[in-house]
Design a protein around this ligand. Structure first.
Ligand code: NAP
Length: 290
C-alpha cells in the first residue's frame, strides 16, 4: 500500500513541490490550502485529494509537509485549533519548508516530541524556478533518524538536501543564505546602475564579467530584467524583509555583526515605499534609479 502523506500550503513554492512529490515518490497525498480554490486547482492537475483543514489532511499520514508564510502561519497550521499536530499519530513525521525563525523550529520540535511526532525544519533555496523544476536546495535541522525518513521524499523536488545539525539548524543555514544574497544583490544593483550612468552597453558588460570573478546566480539570472527595470516576478521584497528581520534578530542574540545586511534591509524598506512589496528582490536597483 502506498505511503500516506499530507501537504499544507500550495503557494508559489508549495504547489509545484507537492506536484513533484506525488509524481516522483508515489505517496498517496492529501493537500490543504487556506484558500480552497488553490487546492481545487492542484487536485485538478495532480493525483491526490484535498482536505478542509490541516488536521483533516494530516489524519492517517505518516509524513506531513508544510510550506506557509511565517512563524505565526506555521504555528497556526501545526498547533492551531485545526492544526496538523492534532491529527497526527505518534511515530509520524512533520517536515516544514517555510522560511521561519530558528526559535519556532525549536518550539515546534519540542511540541511535536511531546506527542511522539518527529519534526524537521527544512527551508529551501532556489526560488519559484527551482520549485517548478524540482531542483531546490534544502537545509535541514533535526534528529538524524527523522531526517533519514524525510530525505528520500524531499529529493523528489530537490537536488541538494543535507542535515546541518540540531533542530533550528536548517533555519540558521537559510539565514546564512539570505545574508549572503542581500549584499550581493545590492552590489549587482550598483554595478548595473553605475554602468548605465557611464554609458556602457550593460548587456555586453555583464556577458563578459559574469564569466569572471564577479559572476553569480543573481547576475546570471537577474541582469537582463534589472537592466530593463522589470521586477514583476520572483522572490518578493516583503518575503525578503521577513527573512532579513529573522537574520537580524538572531544576530542580536548570537552577537554576529551584520552591518551590510541591516543596511540592505533598510534599502528594501525604500523599495516598499516605491510600491515594490511584491517585486522581485533584484528591485534594489529601482531605488538607485528613481
Ligand atoms: P505564497 O505564494 O504567498 O504562499 C504561501 C502559502 O501559505 C499559501 O498557500 C497560503 O495560503 C499559505 N498560508 C499563509 N498563511 C497561512 C495561514 N495562517 N494558514 C494557512 N495557510 C497559510 O508564498 P511562497 O512564495 O510559496 O513562500 C512560502 C515560504 O517559502 C515562505 O516562507 C517563503 O519565505 C519561502 N520561500 C519562498 C521562495 C520564493 O521564491 N517564493 C523561495 C524560498 C523560500 P493562501 O493560498 O490561502 O494564501
Amino acid at each position: 500500500m502506498a505511503q500516506k502523506a499530507a501537504w499544507i500550503g500550495l503557494g508559489v513554492m508549495g504547489f509545484p513541490m507537492a506536484g513533484h512529490l506525488v509524481a516522483k515518490s508515489g505517496v498517496e497525498l492529501t493537500v490543504y490550502n487556506r484558500t480552497a480554490a488553490k487546492s481545487a486547482a492542484w487536485t485538478g492537475k495532480r493525483k491526490g485529494s484535498a482536505a478542509p483543514t490541516p488536521k483533516a489532511a494530516a489524519a492517517g499520514a505518516s509524513i506531513v509537509f508544510s510550506c506557509v508564510g511565517n512563524d505565526d502561519d506555521l504555528r497556526q497550521v501545526t498547533m492551531g485549533e485545526q492544526g496538523a499536530f492534532h491529527g497526527m499519530a505518534a511515530g509520524s513525521l512533520f517536515v516544514d519548508h517555510t522560511t521561519a525563525s530558528a526559535d519556532v523550529a525549536r518550539e515546534l520540535h519540542a511540541e511535536a516530541k511531546k506527542r511522539g511526532i518527529g519534526f524537521v525544519d527544512a527551508p529551501v533555496s532556489g526560488g519559484q524556478a527551482g520549485a517548478e523544476n524540482g531542483v531546490l536546495t534544502v537545509m535541514c535541522g533535526g534528529e538524524a533518524s527523522d531526517f533519514e525518513r524525510a530525505e528520500p521524499l524531499i529529493m523528489s523536488y530537490a537536488r541538494m538536501c543535507k542535515l546541518l545539525g540540531a533542530p533550528g539548524s536548517g533555519q540558521l543555514a537559510k539565514m546564512c543564505n539570505q545574508i549572503a544574497i542581500a549584499g550581493l544583490v545590492e552590489g549587482l544593483a550598483e554595478c548595473i546602475h553605475f554602468g548605465k550612468k557611464a554609458g556602457l552597453n550593460m548587456e555586453q558588460v555583464v556577458e563578459v564579467i559574469s564569466k569572471g570573478a564577479a559572476g553569480s546566480w543573481q547576475m546570471e539570472n537577474r541582469y537582463k530584467t534589472m537592466i530593463a527595470d522589470k521586477f514583476d516576478f520572483g522572490f518578493a521584497v516583503d518575503w525578503m524583509r521577513k527573512d532579513l528581520g529573522i537574520c537580524l534578530s538572531e544576530a542580536r542574540r548570537n552577537g554576529a555583526h551584520l552591518p551590510v545586511t541591516a543596511l540592505v534591509d533598510q534599502f528594501y524598506s525604500e523599495v516598499q515605499k516605491l510600491g515594490g512589496n511584491r517585486w522581485d528582490t533584484s528591485s534594489l536597483i529601482a531605488r538607485l534609479e528613481k
